[in-house]
Design a protein. Structure first.
Length: 226
């Protein structure tokens, strides 16, 4: 029998042609499904003009050209930061004549009348205060303000500030270059700040005298008691 008898005029498809047609059919189906889904979503989002009117869009407002022209033009705000310059410290006010003396213009000194004092002789000291400033000034030169202190080693022996009666202040006016002089005699006895201890006589030995006046302290005046 002839092999072509069973073809009956119809060409048999190969495997490659078969799968190509299947792929095209699948794509067509997917496109149709996508079109249907898009059509459904579009219809659900449509709104009637009555329901979506004024609530969705603001009503246009007509602008008056004259009002627009008269409206002030906004001016940009400019912030300027100023760095403050450091100010110099104010200079001290000039002192008037008679004001309290400036410590830097005061010179205090001490001079002893001797270096050795026999038994029965009282040591004598001369205190001087001088104003070296341009103008006259005032200063307290009382026994508490200008103190004569006598010591022996670390032992405090006597002070002109101990047991002072009254206020103990003596305010004096100092002209420039004119010294204030005070003479102090020590009675060779001990003193105390509380004034209650019995004043015992100082023993023979070496002693040191200094003057303290505020910020000032004189040099040491060394002397011997016999």
């Amino acid at each position: 029998m002839d092999p072509d008898t069973f073809r009956s005029g119809v060409e048999v498809e190969g495997p490659e042609t078969y799968w190509r047609r299947r792929a095209v059919a699948l794509i067509v189906v997917l496109v149709v499904v996508a079109v249907i889904a898009w059509a459904c979503s579009g219809s659900s989002e449509e709104r009637s003009p009555s329901s979506a009117g004024s609530s969705a869009l603001p009503t246009p407002v007509a602008l008056d050209p004259a009002a627009v022209a008269a409206a002030p033009t906004p001016v940009p705000t400019v912030t300027v930061t100023t760095v403050a310059k450091p100010t110099a410290a104010p200079s001290p006010a000039a002192k008037a004549p008679g004001d309290v003396c400036d410590p830097k213009n005061v010179v205090v000194s001490l001079i002893g009348s001797g270096t050795t004092y026999p038994d029965g002789m009282l040591p004598r000291f001369i205190l001087t205060v001088v104003n070296t400033g341009e103008q006259a000034c005032s200063m307290d030169v009382g026994p508490r303000a200008v103190e004569l202190l006598i010591t022996s080693g670390r032992d405090r022996i006597w002070s002109s500030a101990d047991c002072v009666s009254g206020e103990g202040a003596s305010l004096r006016k100092f002209a420039r270059g004119v010294p204030y002089v005070r003479v102090v005699d020590w009675d060779r006895r001990r003193s105390a700040q509380d004034c209650r201890r019995e004043r015992a006589e100082a023993l023979p030995g070496t002693y040191v005298a200094v003057v303290r006046a505020g910020q000032h302290r004189t040099g040491k005046s060394v002397f011997l008691l016999r």
